[in-house]
Write a protein that binds this ligand. Structure first.
Ligand code: ADP
Length: 269
């Protein structure tokens, strides 16, 4: 029922075989005259977790938000360069259907933001908006996405309770489930666990390593231990530039750039 216009367009322009889901080429992003992201070039791997690390204000969120065009809502924001999806479709192109793009590339924010509705209606909201009315389809979507988000067992007996009655960690997993219900291919997570207690944080981390089997994940984190635990690849951002990008283990054990070494060893940031 959900139309995946972007997926269909991407299929037509796809170069195969390709292990990257996104190819970022010469991406610069400006807020008015201020350049927040500077000529970033990165290939994002499929079915992997990519962590974006670096000090505050160095462009990580701006970069992340560009991937599903959230920066479109900011009047002063503009970009140069390309982000190719599945090796072909430029998602920064004028003709892109942004609603469809955000189904394909879903986003979860730092602070859990469930709708003030029941758990069930949080999951089905967008599906109903897209025209789905069949109860069996909606029921299946609720069970499937809550199961994938490791929340089903905790809430299956109270699906019609308010989402706001859940704990912070459960609310965040509900927000992940709500995004998964749209059947995305890519998940963008902007510090998804930083507002949570350590146990909820650990549950989200475990969840991410499960989810990467089915999704390609990009996570902004301030927590370097978290990047080390959950990610396969890490990009170190500094002043809008990607200083170093590579396998997480390599970045943390033998960084090539002195600035990366200084940052991961706590010399600044
Ligand atoms: P990070 O995620 O690494 O903390 P951000 O992407 O949030 O960094 O910010 C990068 C730079 O862009 C910062 O200097 C920040 O002040 C600026 N910035 C972020 N959002 C906006 C906005 N909506 N308008 C103007 N400047 C912004």
């Amino acid at each position: 029922m959900i139309d995946h216009i972007i997926r269909e367009q991407a299929e037509q322009t796809k170069r195969s075989p390709e292990s990257s889901i996104l190819e970022v080429k010469h991406l610069s992003i400006y807020y008015g005259d201020k350049q927040a992201v500077k000529d970033v070039n990165m290939n994002i791997e499929k079915h992997a977790v990519t962590a974006l690390i670096g000090p505050s204000g160095c462009g990580k969120s701006t970069f992340l938000r560009q991937i599903n065009r959230m920066n479109d809502a900011i009047a002063s924001a503009r970009s140069e360069g390309e982000i190719l999806y599945e090796g072909g479709l430029n998602i920064l192109g004028e003709a892109i259907n942004v609603v469809s793009l955000r189904r394909e590339i879903g986003m979860v924010f730092q602070k859990p933001n469930p709708f003030p509705k029941s758990i069930y209606n949080n999951i089905t909201h967008a599906l109903k908006y897209a025209g789905e009315r069949r109860k069996a389809v909606l029921d299946d979507a609720v069970e499937e996405s809550l199961t994938k988000a490791a929340l089903w067992d905790e809430v299956k007996d109270r699906l019609h309770s308010s989402a706001l009655s859940l704990s912070g960690g459960q609310q965040q997993r509900l927000c992940i489930a709500r995004t998964l219900a749209m059947k995305p291919a890519v998940l963008l997570l902007d510090e998804p666990a930083s507002a949570l207690d350590p146990i909820s944080n650990a549950r989200i981390e475990t969840l991410l390593t499960e989810l990467k089997k089915d999704y390609s994940i990009i996570i902004v984190t301030h927590n370097m231990q978290q990047a080390l635990r959950v990610s396969d690849r890490t990009a170190f951002f500094l002043n809008g530039e990607v200083v170093e990008y590579g396998q997480t283990e390599q970045i943390f054990t033998s960084p090539k750039a002195q600035k990366t070494d200084d940052y991961i060893n706590g010399k600044f940031g």
